[in-house]
Design a protein around this ligand. Sequence first.
Ligand code: NAG
Ligand code: NAG
Ligand code: NAG
Ligand code: NAG
Ligand code: NAG
Ligand code: NAG
Length: 475
Amino acid sequence: MRWSTLIVAGQAFVASALAQTTCSKYTNDLPAPSMAAGYISDIAFQGLKFPRGIQWDTTGHLLVVDRGVGIYRFSVDDCLHLQDETLIVNNTLLNHGISMSPDGKTLFASTNDVAYSWAYDPQTGTVSDQKTLVTGMANPVDGGHITRTLLSPISKPDWLIISVGSQSNIDEFNLASSSGKAQIRAFNVSEVSEKSVDFNQGGFILGFGLRNSVGLGEDNQAQLWSVENSVDNITRDGQEIYQNNPAEELNFHGSLLDMSPRGDYGYPNCFAVWSADEIPLEHNLFIGDQFAMYDNSTMNDTLCAELYQPPRISFQAHQAPLDIKFDGDGNAWISFHGSWNRAVPVGYHVVKVDFANGQPVDKNDSSTAAMEIMANPDLTMCQSACFRPVGLGFDTAGHLWMSSDATGEIYVIRKSDGSGVAAYTSTAAVTGPTPGPTPTGSSGDKKSVAGRVAVGVTAWIVSVVAGLSMMIYFF
Ligand SMILES: *[C@@H]1O[C@H](CO)[C@@H](O)[C@H](O)[C@H]1NC(C)=O
Ligand SMILES: *[C@@H]1O[C@H](CO)[C@@H](O)[C@H](O)[C@H]1NC(C)=O
Ligand SMILES: *[C@@H]1O[C@H](CO)[C@@H](O)[C@H](O)[C@H]1NC(C)=O
Ligand SMILES: *[C@@H]1O[C@H](CO)[C@@H](O)[C@H](O)[C@H]1NC(C)=O
Ligand SMILES: *[C@@H]1O[C@H](CO)[C@@H](O)[C@H](O)[C@H]1NC(C)=O
Ligand SMILES: *[C@@H]1O[C@H](CO)[C@@H](O)[C@H](O)[C@H]1NC(C)=O
């Protein structure tokens, strides 16, 4: 073999080893997430206070609502670590909601009471011209739900969609749509930018009788979906049935291009069945059917079925779905924050629900629509020693980014070869970081990360020594 060939080979080896080993890893005290086969995850950032909603801008920067602090903007380095942390909105009342107009020039965020907008410069990340768009969303009494999820839909850039939860676990009064609680409304941004409006005095109702639909998602067919957190401590005819009921819900809100009125999804009169066996019933009900807390002449299961819209897909009770985002293949990804109202913890994971032609592949009585992708390996350690998924967001490479409020972290989920989890959705007018580095994350095949880093470092040392010795020998 010619020496020059050896040198080229040695240098290529050095270069490839260097590319593999320049990424250090964030670690924490939690057991490595368990990943579905073919997927890995890495920590992209640590040290936030309580990160909730996340949003990509059009120049590949991630914006994060840190509850009690404001909005941070980050750039992404070649190792898919967040860097250049900059607080672009200093407002300790911002607590969850964030969205960006499809053109990337208007940023939206919310407190428990108010939705704001800012003119946003995607090049510099600076905000200006703060406007109060929608007010009057706070609950008059403590104890109600506090997040006001925002969505600026690609198919309807004039709209800002806002979800407001109920005032308590089971609101006492008959919850009409005119209560302004437990519902989703769309506001005309041009109009409310001119003059702010009280939530309950404006907007177009995209669904009511929704206890707390924290996750809002627009699919790639201009349709709206939400994930609803259903009630705690539910009883049937006075008997406790809350371990596995009612179901958490994936609700369908129809096309965003269609302005016909949306319906009542049942709260607080009717709920969705998860475990029918544990509900005293006089007749057969199945997963996703609506049931009432009492079966009497005022409200009963028959009326529930007649009057209210059932979920399109149901999930195990109490998992607390907080976000839903669609990938470029049209499938839904859902974050579950995890349970408290249950003897054994459930949730605390990120799942995928397969779609075809704009609808879930599974039927409405499926118990297996959610495919677990990233989970805490030991749920008995939750809530104290678990990551808790909140906000989700795809970058343009199709990597799925996720905030964990309890641990103050941002994670990134990829395929094991480092590529995106799915094609990126072409409807979203954003650009993001390029495909990432050689993957090092915790993976579905459960190879130790430390082991792989050690292999990489060893390879690097060997290649440097080999490269140097070859050069010394030659010269
Ligand atoms: C945010 O604003 C408050 C005063 O309103 C100030 O005390 C604080 O230092 C600011 N925080 C940052 C990180 O700039
Ligand atoms: C929003 O309001 C403006 C001004 O009234 C109007 O031109 C526009 O069509 C409205 N957009 C939607 C989606 O209703
Ligand atoms: C579920 O779908 C079937 C048809 O596929 C329909 O007959 C049934 O009413 C639906 N159930 C609910 C609760 O929506
Ligand atoms: C039926 O149950 C509801 C609670 O869901 C209760 O408020 C109502 O008084 C009951 N009606 C009758 C006739 O028992
Ligand atoms: C449910 O309530 C309606 C309206 O009061 C009544 O007509 C119907 O008989 C009730 N059904 C059952 C099963 O109680
Ligand atoms: C609800 O259930 C939890 C247990 O999961 C219990 O600690 C709490 O006291 C219950 N609340 C009410 C109002 O029954």
